[in-house]
Structure formats: C-alpha cells, structure tokens
Unconditional design. Structure first.
Length: 471
C-alpha cells in the first residue's frame, strides 16, 4: 500500500533534511548567525502581511495585538539569542576524578540533534512557530513546521514566502489539509515540539513514542490569579483584565480565573465596569479580537448559559450586546458564584470569561489549586514577600508572574514550559538551546592510562591499588 500524497511529501521532506544534516552535521557560529538574521529579516519584511493573514484567520484580530504579542517578541528574541549564542556554543569543562584518570579531560559539547518537528496552535501562530525556530536554528538544527487548520491564510503566506529565505532542506512549513497532524507526529524526528491542548498532546506523545522521539509539550490548564488582601484592588483589576481579555482570552497562559478576598469582590467588579468600556468602547471595535471559530464560540456561550441557569451572576462588561454571531465576538464577562462543578470552573475557559472566586483563608485557595491538575502558571498578587514565597513554594505550576500575569513568558532569559498536565520540557533562554541540542559528554584519555595497572591477571599490585581506592 502506498502512502497518501501528503504523507509521502512529509517523508520526502524529512529525508531531504536528514541528508542535509548528515552532510553538514555541525553548522558554525557564522552559519547559525546567518540563519537567525534571515529569520529576523523575514519577520520584518512581512510584518504587515503576517498581521493581515492572522486577522483573516480569526475573522478579526487587532494588528496591535499581533505586533505586541507575536511580531515584537520574535524579533526581540532573536536579538537576545544572537547576543548569547557564542557563549552557549562553547564546550563546557567538567571535572575529572584525578585518582583514576590523571591527565584526562572531560568536556560537554552542545551539538545539533538534527531535524526538529514543530506543531503550532492557532492562537499565536507566528510567536509559537518562529520563536521556537530561533532556538532550533541557534542549536544548529533543521525544522519542519506544521501549522493549524485554523491558520490557513497564515500557512499559505509562510509556505509561499519562506522559501526565498530558507531552502526546504533547512526549513519547511506544512499546511493542515486533513490527517496531516497525526502523520506529522508519527515521523521519526530527532525532537518534537507540540503546543496545544492536553487531549491532543497525549495523542502526539503516543505517536512520537513509537519512534522513541523526545517531545516537549506546551499545554495549558486553569491558571489562577491569587489576589491577597494587602494588594491594591484597582491595580490588580487593571493588570488582570488586560491579560485576560488580550486576544479575547485565547491564551494558554491567560488568567483562567481569579481568587479574591471575599470583601474585595464588589470593588473588583466596579473597577472592571469602568476599566473595560474605556479600553473597548463597543463590541465591534477593531481592537477586540474574535473567537477563532464557530465551535469555540458556541462552547463559550454554552458555558455562560450553564453557569447562569445554575444560579451564577453573569456580567457583561461592555455596553450593548453581549455577543455577535456574525463576527464571532463575545464581550468581556465576569462570572460570580459559578458552581464548583460548572463548565467554567472545571474546564480551561480559553475565552473572554473571568470567574471570580472568593476566599476567607489563603489555605482554601492553596488546597483548591493543589486539588486539580498543575497549571501552566500561577499569578500571586501581594506586597508581602513571605506570602508570595509561600504560594510559590506550596502551589506548583509551570511558571509564575508576581503582581502581574502572563509576562514571565515574555522574558527571553527565563525558560518557558509546563509541569504535569500543563506540559513537559522548556524552551526560551539557554534552556531552549539545550532542549534542541545534544549535550554530548566526551572523555579525552591522557597519553598514559593508570588503569593499565588494573588489567588482568590481577595480582598483588591490583589489590594494593584497589584497597587504596576503596579505603
């Protein structure tokens, strides 16, 4: 039985890239620098086209949001890597046991893995394709990148324009035309990076396991903000609301829900009622992003309806209609008193809906978060360093932003990744370089090896040496 055309094309691309790796297994610093500069030049040359393609895929996505959350981090991140790469590439000296191996040397050599596969979600498709490529190229690899079925305009743009910057044996983008995703994850890559839902991540990991292909999984979860009584409520509202409704909440590291002191909930809601109309005067403003597709739109409305029918208070924060089917826009919402087992409190929301949960004792918050899957991030808000450290120590998550949300992801020198059900592995920073490198241990024997004294047949000298070593 012959492979389907799309699958055969994937196999052929991988074979071409692997042959190129074997022909040139360790690119020089100068070659890696050229690749990074070419990637940066591509982003700058196609900045407007990338914004327009993403907006077309969404229905409407603010160009400003794309520039802020995708274009700028990719460009700026390349500058950071260029400034660090020569140091990262240096062999690492490691110590030697002088008693057994006098005169020998140990080194760790960071070397390219080979061909890396990248599976990209639709929510930040430029950031989550080109930022990983920065570290993949820095480590000296080649890459195949599969785009989402919800990124058709962007995929066409990348497939059409990227070959002018990189040959297919270096970089190949792949569109999702049906069944491509599973075939892609079954390829024998040297490493596979997946960003997306936990359900799909499990399937990708199972497929990669057939080839013993190592995976980095960046998933999601219910990342909480935890506002403590000592923190100014207006400041907390301004910061949490900005992150929550950026990209209409369609961010894996967004604030999923917020824990507030019971006495502060009313003040937070009042601040939100004033803040949000000032930022988005109406639902149809081009600054406010659409929900990606009809299925996600209906899922969010269903979750709101369920909470409302079960006694929750559902508050739309903009004047006018709460949603618009024609543009797939849902106004920013706050939800009070959602039932513990409601959709909003049991599933990742991934939309512009913020449940507020009251607490009287911080122990309640800690126990509740620890009772569920480990989130991709937590966001403690407190001016007391001991309280912040208590939350960091006792509530495990992929990452942390203190007195804000999301922005730990934007730090080029911090690793980004999940833990438990929110993912495994890291990229960004030197950890990204290490993820896509083989840190290869190399032992260099001295001209004379003292272990020659311990070759059989064993006699009195061997006994004396071993008694000395094990005394």
């Amino acid at each position: 039985m012959t492979a389907p055309p799309a699958h055969a094309a994937l196999d052929a691309t991988l074979a071409r890239q692997r042959a190129a790796c074997l022909a040139q297994p360790v690119p020089t610093f100068a070659e890696r620098k050229r690749d990074l500069q070419a990637l940066q030049r591509y982003i700058r040359d196609h900045k407007l086209a990338l914004c327009e393609a993403i907006s077309a895929d969404y229905g409407n996505r603010s160009h400003h949001e794309t520039l802020l959350a995708e274009i700028f981090p990719a460009i700026d991140g390349i500058d950071h890597v260029l400034g660090q790469l020569k140091k990262w590439m240096q062999p690492q000296r490691r110590s030697v046991d002088w008693r057994n191996f006098p005169g020998a040397r140990n080194r760790v050599l960071p070397q390219p893995l080979g061909v890396v596969g990248v599976i990209v979600p639709w929510n930040f498709p430029v950031n989550l394709s080109l930022v990983p490529l920065t570290y993949i190229f820095a480590a000296g690899n080649r890459a195949m990148v599969k785009m989402s079925e919800n990124s058709r305009h962007l995929a066409r743009l990348l497939i059409a324009t990227m070959p002018a910057y990189f040959p297919p044996e270096k970089l190949q983008f792949v569109d999702e035309t049906g069944g491509v995703g599973m075939a892609f994850s079954q390829l024998p890559f040297d490493h596979l990076l997946f960003t997306g839902s936990g359900q799909t991540g499990r399937a990708v990991m199972a497929a990669a396991a057939r080839n013993l292909c190592p995976v980095t999984l960046e998933l999601g979860g219910k990342a909480p903000a935890i506002v403590c009584a000592d923190f100014d409520m207006r400041t907390a509202a301004e910061r949490i609301l900005f992150v929550k409704y950026l990209n209409a909440g369609q961010i894996c590291t967004s604030v999923d829900h917020a824990w507030l002191p019971e006495a502060g909930i009313a003040a937070f809601v009042e601040h939100a009622r004033r803040i949000m109309p000032a930022r988005y005067p109406r639902l149809d403003t081009p600054d406010y992003t659409s929900i990606i597709d009809e299925a996600a739109f209906e899922r969010l409305l269903q979750a709101l309806d369920e909470a409302r029918e079960r006694g929750a208070q559902v508050i739309s924060l903009l004047p006018g209609p709460a949603y618009d089917r024609a543009t797939r826009k849902i106004a920013p919402h706050i939800v009070l008193d959602a039932p513990e087992d409601s959709l909003l409190l049991t599933r990742e929301i991934f939309g512009p809906v913020l449940p507020l949960r009251g607490y009287a004792d911080l122990e309640t918050v800690i126990a509740s978060i620890n009772g569920g899957p480990r989130p991709l991030a937590i966001y403690p808000f407190s001016n007391d360093a001991r309280t912040v450290q208590t939350l960091i120590d006792r509530v495990m998550s992929g990452g942390v932003s203190v007195n804000d949300a999301l922005f730990h992801v934007g730090q080029h020198d911090l690793p980004f990744g999940g833990v438990g059900e929110s993912g495994m592995g890291h990229y960004h920073g030197v950890e990204g370089f290490h993820t896509f490198s083989k840190l290869r241990p190399v032992f260099y024997q001295a001209r004379y090896s003292p272990l020659a004294l311990l070759r059989p047949p064993y006699g009195r000298l061997a006994s004396r040496v071993l008694n000395f070593l094990t005394r």
